[in-house]
Design a protein around this ligand. Structure first.
Ligand SMILES: [Zn+2]
Length: 171
């Protein structure tokens, strides 16, 4: 995926992705793959933030994006997240990209691409499939290096000591 187009990011974007990275670090320390997400409403107020909890909750669907979308919609009192922006440290999988479409999300910003599972440009792109009833605007590459190195360090530590999954320090 080409991460060098002229996508522009402002201070709000930087702050939100930094918060998402904090969630990713916390997820990694708890033994989950370090991915984090933050949802802002149209005015830039934070509706929700979440880290990946698949291991902690023994839930195959407990990805950071789904948890943030669910909590944000609940906080807002509506499942429609038009005008909202979701920041996530890793390109969403097919399930999460589809959830963004289901939520009528306004915009998605992700940090690192996921060439093995990403469905926001890598393996496919559910965010802008013209056959679906909603298109999600998206940008990528914000704080990409930090997000990617978190994942690399996490998997390196796990390979080094598979038994340390629950105590792996990804900071
Ligand atoms: Zn996902």
């Amino acid at each position: 995926m080409d991460l060098t187009p002229d996508w522009a990011f402002d201070e709000r974007d930087q702050a939100a992705m930094t918060a998402a990275l904090d969630e990713a670090v916390a997820a990694g320390r708890a033994g989950d793959v370090p991915v984090g997400a933050v949802l802002l409403d149209a005015a830039g107020r934070e509706l929700a933030r979440a880290g990946n909890r698949r291991e902690q909750d023994s839930d195959p669907t407990a990805h950071a994006e789904l948890l943030a979308l669910r909590a944000g919609a609940h906080a807002q009192g509506s499942w429609r997240l038009e005008g909202c922006t979701l920041y996530v440290t890793l390109e969403p999988c097919a399930m999460c990209a589809a959830a963004c479409v289901q939520a009528r999300l306004g915009c998605l910003v992700f940090a690192a691409p996921d060439p093995k599972a990403g469905y926001a440009g890598s393996l496919g792109n559910l965010l802008e499939d013209p056959r679906l009833n909603h298109r999600v605007a998206w940008r990528a590459g914000l704080l990409h290096d930090r997000a990617a190195s978190l994942l690399v360090e996490f998997f390196a530590a796990r390979r080094h000591d598979p038994g340390s999954l629950r105590t792996a320090d990804t900071s």
